[in-house]
Write a protein that binds this ligand. Structure first.
Ligand code: PTJ
Length: 257
């Protein structure tokens, strides 16, 4: 085990350091892949550009995501190492509230990591967890990474899949299978962000509670109203607004200097 950092509460970046510690701990317990630590660094850089807040287009996307998940006949939340380390409680609460299945899906798949992610979800209160061991015996065609292995009871037969932060290939493959894909990715330029049906450009730490709050708020709406929320959403337009927000923020910051 590495050196444990004692984070001073008055440190200006204490929140960010605590999140890093969560991921380091997650890596030590096999939940997070080593590459997950690198992926987090990339995310942090994009989060700086947003000002580390949920910007209006991200909130709008989170609302559309909540409506789509509520309208789905078989929604599934795909869980990788980083998401299990960062927001296990949030994902379990979301899966209960929708309700949606939880499925372990890893790029760096090993039995050890599948079990570690499953254990993290279990200690957050999850009951059924799909996609572990022999249960992941269906294959997403045209996908050659370990992500191709899915559960026939889960992602394989889902109509809507929520895929928090990941690499690009699977989103395209899932779309080819006719799935509606919702992603949470701080990088608006990533292949996942560009190909998903709904992209929430926000930190998963903020996005998960936002989706949950919208699901709770919209649960009593009828299908026509939920559909209206979905129909009003345009991912390309939302991504453009995100990039314009970043441009405007950088313009203002460069003026202040
Ligand atoms: O647990 P595994 O084996 O499934 O592996 C997971 C990782 C993340 C290692 C794997 O999917 C990967 O390599 O992903 P990438 O290609 O690095 O993409 C991760 C994306 O997530 C990047 O676009 C990051 O900007 C973004 N990201 C990182 N941290 C966050 C994030 N987006 C939202 N919230 C975050 N906290």
């Amino acid at each position: 085990m590495g050196i444990r950092l004692k984070i001073p509460t008055n440190h200006v970046r204490s929140e960010s350091l605590k999140i890093r510690e969560k991921l380091i701990k997650g890596e030590e317990s096999n939940v997070v892949a080593k590459a997950g630590l690198i992926a987090h660094g990339r995310g942090e850089a994009f989060d700086y550009l947003l000002g580390e807040i949920t910007i209006p287009p991200a909130l709008f996307a989170a609302r559309a995501a909540a409506a789509s998940l509520l309208l789905a006949s078989h929604p599934v939340i795909s869980v990788n190492g980083n998401s299990a380390a960062l927001v296990p409680d949030g994902l379990v609460a979301l899966s209960r509230e929708i309700p949606a299945d939880l499925e372990v899906n890893l790029f760096y798949r090993s039995r050890k990591r599948e079990d570690a992610v499953k254990a993290a979800l279990k200690s957050a209160g999850a009951r059924a967890i799909l996609g572990v061991g022999r249960d992941a015996n269906a294959v997403i065609p045209e996908l050659f990474s370990e992500r191709r292995k899915v559960d026939p009871q889960g992602i394989y037969s889902a109509d809507v899949v929520l895929v928090p932060l990941e690499d690009g290939d699977r989103t395209q493959a899932l779309k080819k299978l006719g799935k509606f894909v919702i992603t949470i990715d701080l990088n608006p330029l990533s292949r996942t962000a560009q190909t998903a049906d709904i992209t929430i450009v926000d930190n998963l730490i903020r996005a998960a509670p936002n989706i949950l709050a919208s699901v709770k708020e919209m649960k009593t709406l009828d299908k026509t109203d939920l559909k209206l929320i979905c129909d009003r959403y345009d991912n390309k337009k939302n991504l453009s607004e995100t990039m314009l927000y970043i441009r405007e923020r950088l313009r203002q910051l460069s003026r202040d200097n």
